[in-house]
Design a protein around this ligand. Structure first.
Ligand SMILES: *[C@@H]1O[C@H](CO)[C@@H](O)[C@H](O)[C@H]1NC(C)=O
Ligand SMILES: *[C@@H]1O[C@H](CO)[C@@H](O)[C@H](O)[C@H]1NC(C)=O
Length: 272
């Protein structure tokens, strides 16, 4: 079998085999990524590939899965661990078939040649790359018409308050997030909250004990994401709203205030 080797820093061509939204066969059987996918690349710690949908032997969709919250460097060895961030101390990473190969720094500072088989926790389901890190994945029944973003980063901001703060002299959250302007683009360093992948029941706080509560909220970014807003920090209550791609960059008032958020891809991306 031909080996698909890709140096991560190279600008691999994006796939032209982009299938329009289509319905898949009923059963989604987990398949190995090495034999079902082509055009592998890693961008911003997302693994992206064109994988067979199972409809026939040639139809593929491009899909993506975030590795940054799944793979870590443990003393020179690539390992599955939600701590993630392997890329901070690993070099010359390549995808070899379905495996991630890097030279990773050990505690002693030596570079170790280490390989992790991505198939252990990532499989192809009807063309979608999904991980089983959070239990058996639920393969979507269709393919999204939103493209895999070039820039996966998105930011969240709005008008906040921290009424539960111990500090009665100043509402610190209000000074950080005092106003909201309808705008989809943003400057990374101006934003208090930005993310590079999906988040689940995330409380928004900075290097302070105070938790932000948003009375107006928006997400900004190039990609298509769905933000789900919760009125409680445990996300046990019914969501009080969702901000979909069509509303990206729009300041949305919420009542009661938003205390936690979940953000998942609307493109063909693993929600975990
Ligand atoms: C790392 O190990 C793999 C598999 O044993 C080998 O193919 C590759 O050449 C090695 N890479 C380096 C830089 O030594
Ligand atoms: C309250 O916040 C203000 C402004 O940030 C700060 O100067 C003050 O020390 C804080 N007070 C307490 C009790 O933390």
């Amino acid at each position: 079998m031909m080996k698909h080797i890709l140096v991560l820093t190279s600008l691999a061509s994006l796939s032209s085999v982009y299938a329009a939204p289509s319905t898949f066969p009923q059963s989604a059987i987990a398949g190995p990524i090495g034999s079902q996918c082509i055009n592998f690349l890693i961008r911003a710690q997302w693994l992206i590939a064109d994988c067979l949908t199972g409809t026939d032997s040639t139809t593929r969709i491009q899909s993506a899965v975030w590795l940054d919250n799944k793979i870590t460097n443990n003393d020179g060895n690539l390992e599955w661990d939600p701590k993630g961030q392997w890329w901070l101390s690993c070099y010359e990473c390549k995808l070899i078939d379905g495996s991630l190969n890097c030279q990773c720094k050990s505690h002693a500072g030596r570079l170790i040649n280490t390989t992790l088989s991505l198939d252990e926790h990532i499989s192809v389901y009807n063309g979608h790359l999904l991980s089983d890190i959070n239990g058996a994945p639920k393969p979507p029944s269709t393919s999204s018409s939103y493209p895999i973003p070039v820039d996966f980063e998105y930011a969240v901001n709005g008008i906040a308050t921290c009424p539960d703060s111990k500090n009665s002299t100043q509402d610190w959250c209000k000074t950080i997030s005092p106003s909201c302007e309808n705008k989809r683009t943003y400057w990374h360093f101006d934003e208090p909250f930005w993310f590079g992948g999906p988040i689940h029941c995330q409380i928004l706080s900075l290097n302070q004990p105070d938790h932000f509560q948003f009375e107006v909220l928006k997400w900004m970014g190039e990609g298509a994401w769905e933000l789900i807003a919760y009125p409680d920090e445990a996300c046990k209550e019914q969501p009080i709203g969702r901000i979909l791609e069509a509303e990206a960059g729009t300041c949305r008032p919420f009542q009661p205030r938003v205390k936690a958020i979940t953000v998942i891809p609307m493109f063909n991306g693993d929600p975990y």
